[in-house]
Design a protein around this ligand. Structure first.
Ligand SMILES: Nc1ncnc2c1ncn2[C@@H]1O[C@H](COP(=O)(O)OP(=O)(O)OP(=O)(O)O)[C@@H](O)[C@H]1O
Ligand SMILES: [Mg+2]
Length: 451
């Protein structure tokens, strides 16, 4: 019978989880804190650990780091009431098996353990601390992205980031760099679409003086500028075929040849991005298949904003806080509904611009629906509530209604459930499913504005 260690300072939660584990055929042992957990790990054969993040005394991430530093560590899943980008990335980077938002129901727990128990202790322990959480996002889609970033930061794996315009591809590329061990080395971004084809070669690989008319001095080129760090090849889908061939060679051999010069070995991590459908470009003969596979070692797909409704209000508040002067304006509940109903073809960038515009125009402590008139919303009932498949449409509507109810109920879940006419348990399940669990504290502004 597998033995599972539950680490949580909440006794009631530990007990109910232990009971569920017992039902599922596991033996559960409990620790109320980090040091007790480490003692138990030393004394017992533990197959998996369920670890709370916020505990008095030793912090969950410290406990995780110490467990992962043991010689044959068990798989550790982090369960937290408040999931942030920073703690998700950091937990995954420290080698957590998974990162879940509480409450974790019986079915989720069974699924988690089924995945955890056969898992070999493979991931390496790491140590760098993590500072910012600029990568705002609490939706299930963004949390997947954050987890992937955490798993990839310390490797040199080539990553291809795809997503519509304004979804945050560059932010993700920077996060991959900043959180990893190359973080103190340069991050160099090159927009392959903005540079004329005949100049891109010398931009990337450099040139020696006199190699061509206008080459009056030596130039190192972006690959060498990024030495030891990360080279971000943005809009890679727009690179012309001749350059694609040269880039492929560099990726294979890790050597660049400056125009007119001799080969130079380079050590850079490549992160590429495009808003184009590269697979389609490969089929159409516009993008080399071999280069596609070499870049796409690990793909990260950023969902469009309309498919991660849970992120809209937190992002809006993030941008308001950054755009504002002395007093940060708040969003009224009606304004939040307008934001949720908008289709956001320009994604996060459009939302950022909208918040800047609204703060510039509003001059009031509360941003109301009227201040967002420029979004040109179709009349209610004719928005794209019906776009996509049934599941997407239902998710869109449920998320909007839940966020509105929570805002109107001042973040009180019992009250929000009452307003929605559903059982509290069902609300919890939906909050969890849509990744809305962590955004409650951020709706404070909405709540006050609504009063
Ligand atoms: N998750 C996020 N958290 C905070 N800010 C974000 C997030 N995603 C995007 N942004 C902001 O939105 C703007 C657009 O992001 P970014 O430039 O990374 O998009 P992109 O996908 O590279 O767009 P494009 O395809 O047009 O180049 C930036 O100002 C960025 O800071
Ligand atoms: Mg970009």
């Amino acid at each position: 019978m597998p033995t599972i260690l539950i680490v949580d300072d909440d006794a009631a939660l530990r007990e109910s989880m232990a009971e569920t584990l017992g039902d599922l055929g596991h033996r559960a042992i409990e620790a109320a804190g980090g040091s007790a957990a480490l003692d138990l790990l030393a004394a017992h054969a533990i197959d998996a650990v369920l670890l709370d993040l916020r505990m008095p005394g030793m912090d969950g991430l410290d406990v995780l780091a110490r467990i992962r530093a043991r010689s044959r560590p068990p798989a550790v899943a982090v369960l937290t009431a408040v999931a942030t980008a920073a703690n998700t990335i950091e937990a995954m980077r420290l080698g957590a098996f998974d990162h879940l938002t509480k409450p974790v129901g019986r079915a989720d727990l069974a699924d988690l353990l089924a995945r955890m128990l056969p898992a070999a202790p493979a991931m390496a322990a790491a140590s760098l601390p993590l500072d910012s959480d600029e990568l705002v996002g609490v939706s299930a889609g963004m949390r997947e992205v954050q987890k992937t970033i955490g798993l990839l930061t310390d490797s040199d794996t080539t990553v291809l980031i795809v997503g519509e315009t304004g979804t945050g591809k560059e932010v993700v590329a920077r996060a991959l760099h900043r959180h990893g061990r190359r973080g103190t080395k340069p991050f160099v971004a090159v927009n392959c679409a903005a540079i004329p084809a005949d100049l891109l070669e010398s931009q990337l690989f450099g040139h020696v003086r006199g190699a061509f008319t206008g080459a009056v001095t030596d130039r190192a080129g972006s690959f060498r500028d990024a030495e030891g760090g990360t080279l971000f090849l943005d809009e890679i889908g727009d690179m012309d075929p001749a350059m694609q061939a040269k880039l492929l060679r560099v990726l294979q051999e890790r050597v660049v040849v400056p125009v007119g010069g001799k080969p130079v070995r380079v050590n850079v991590r490549i992160v590429a991005a495009t808003h184009r459908d590269l697979a389609e470009a490969v089929r159409g003969g516009r993008f080399r298949e071999d280069l596609f596979y070499r870049l796409r070692v690990v793909p990260i797909a950023l969902p469009p904003l309309r498919e991660r409704l849970a992120d809209i209000v937190p992002l809006a508040e993030h941008f308001l806080a950054r755009a504002a002067g002395p007093e940060v304006p708040r969003l009224s509940a009606a304004a939040a509904s307008v934001l949720l109903a908008h289709a956001w073809p320009g994604n996060v960038r459009e939302l950022q611009n909208a918040m800047q515009r609204a703060t510039a125009l509003a001059r009031r402590p509360v941003i109301d629906a009227a201040d967002l008139g420029f979004l040109g919303l179709p009349p209610p009932g004719e928005t794209d509530w019906l776009a996509g498949d049934l599941e997407t449409a239902v998710r869109r509507l449920e998320t909007a209604m839940i966020q509105q109810a929570l805002a109107a109920a001042g973040g009180n879940r019992a009250e929000a459930a009452r307003r929605l006419g559903i059982h509290r348990q069902l609300l919890h399940a939906k909050l969890h499913r849509y990744g809305l669990g962590a955004s409650q504290s951020r709706t404070d502004g909405v709540r006050e504005a609504d009063d």
